[in-house]
Design a protein around this ligand. Structure first.
Ligand SMILES: C[S@@+](CC[C@H](N)C(=O)[O-])C[C@H]1O[C@@H](n2cnc3c(N)ncnc32)[C@H](O)[C@@H]1O
Length: 253
């Protein structure tokens, strides 16, 4: 059900603040976050990597983890995905997503409240395309989450994380003697930066990898990076015979 312009604007205000700037009417006049500090977000950001997703997703299933107000879920539904499921742990963001869904007439996009650590509850389901964008660095236990997310990927994972530190990638040996110390001083070694207090005014930023750590952690959960369309964005596929963790060391879950 769509509602009159004045009250639409009012509902948008009441559901705010919004992180996703969505256009809720045909003219594009009703926007949910027109003054976003990152500009027209995520429309502008999506332009950097939208070409890695097929224009036609008909028959395919999509999982959008940390869907927020649903920008990506809606974009992929518009590309014809048979099933789109968006998950988020925030009731406020889910209320925005459900409201936007009705306004946009994309009624069969499904939104569910779920912690990323609980995605196992999807009970063995797998998805042709999984989006895990802008969530990783917000997690206190990022590798645990990534491990669980990776299991849901039948086709491809689109992964994005904030990154800091060196963008160079060093060689990583299979093993090092305990006397080796220099490698840890090399900024090209995989590093996670722990944010004890806050970063960018956001107390939910916890662990920020460098590029080498993003790549190493994706490999470590059995994913192969097949494309890097722009900074901080990775297109991954499950390794044919995926091994998680290290031989003999087991995994956390
Ligand atoms: C920076 S926003 C990214 C939103 C969207 N994926 C994007 O890329 O524009 C992070 C989103 O992840 C959600 N989120 C953060 N931690 C989560 C968790 N542990 N489980 C589920 N959702 C989480 C937040 O509520 C928020 O909607």
């Amino acid at each position: 059900m769509t509602i009159a312009r004045g009250s639409l604007q009012e509902r948008v205000q009441r559901l705010g603040p919004w992180f996703h700037n969505l256009r809720l009417d045909d003219s594009g006049d009703i926007q949910t976050a027109p003054d976003h500090p990152l500009g027209d977000f995520p429309t502008n950001y999506w332009r950097f990597f939208q070409h890695v997703v097929p224009e036609n997703l008909s028959g395919l299933s999509v999982l959008d983890i940390g869907c927020n107000a649903g920008f990506y879920s809606f974009e992929l539904k518009r590309r014809g995905a048979a099933r789109v499921l968006g998950l988020d742990h925030s009731l406020d963001y889910l209320a925005q997503a459900r409201f936007a869904r009705e306004q946009l007439g994309l009624h069969d996009v499904e939104f569910r409240r779920m912690e990323v650590y609980d995605v196992d509850r999807l009970a063995g389901e797998q998805f042709d395309l999984v989006l895990f964008l802008g969530v990783f660095y917000h997690l206190r236990h990022p590798l645990l989450a990534l491990e669980r997310v990776a299991r849901l990927v039948r086709g491809r994972l689109l992964f994005q994380t904030m990154e800091r530190g060196s963008r160079e990638i060093g060689e990583v040996a299979e093993d090092y003697p305990i006397s080796e110390q220099d490698v840890f001083l090399d900024e090209r070694f995989p590093r996670m930066h722990f944010v004890e207090h806050g970063y960018a005014g956001d107390p939910t930023n916890w662990w920020i990898p460098n590029v080498a750590a993003s790549l190493a952690m994706l490999r470590s959960v059995g994913l192969r990076v097949v494309d890097r369309p722009c900074r901080e964005v990775y297109v991954c596929e499950p390794e044919a015979a995926a091994s998680v963790g290290r031989p003999g060391a087991g995994s956390a879950s």
